[in-house]
Design a protein around this ligand. Sequence first.
Ligand code: IMP
Ligand code: MG
Length: 177
Amino acid sequence: MQVLITEQQIHDRVRELGQQISEDYAGRSLTVVGVLTGSLVLLADLIRAISLPLRVSFVSASSYGGTRTTAGELSTDRSLLADLSGRDVLLIDDIFDTGRTISRLLSELQATQQPASLKTAVLLWKTERTEVPFQPDYVGFQIPDHFVVGYGLDYNEQYRQLPYIGIPDPEDLARAM
Ligand code: IMP
Ligand code: MG
């Protein structure tokens, strides 16, 4: 495993994002919606860096039939989602890759709920891969087009618990089959 972003770098950056979000939404309360499962670790750390009245909710998104680098058919599940009408909503995911997952979730939430506002926060943004006409509002780190794991990101559901962002070696991938 090659370390791309260290635990300390993530810790410092997540604190900065939390402070920025707290300033931007000052005087309001926030509903944080985590995209399962990859947002788990970022969400847990980020909400502890936000000093606002705050609620937590979840949606689920997964793609089927994709490969390691290409997304398959996207399916979403909103059964865990709280009522977002009139709320300031921050959608949180681990990574903005092509942007299709977040794009799809944003349009679904806009169409089915009436949030007062809807923004997005991600730990990582693979800027070279963006295929949608918008950008995430809060970004931890812009990264080049590497396949990465850790801090919520998985390969075959493995490596989510790594405290850093790593680029797996072929042996790491083989071990996760
Ligand atoms: P998008 O829809 O192309 O933006 O892809 C979003 C989803 O693909 C993320 O929520 C991740 O689950 C997955 N993904 C994209 N890039 C990576 C990566 O480098 N490592 C692990 N998962 C990734
Ligand atoms: Mg994911």
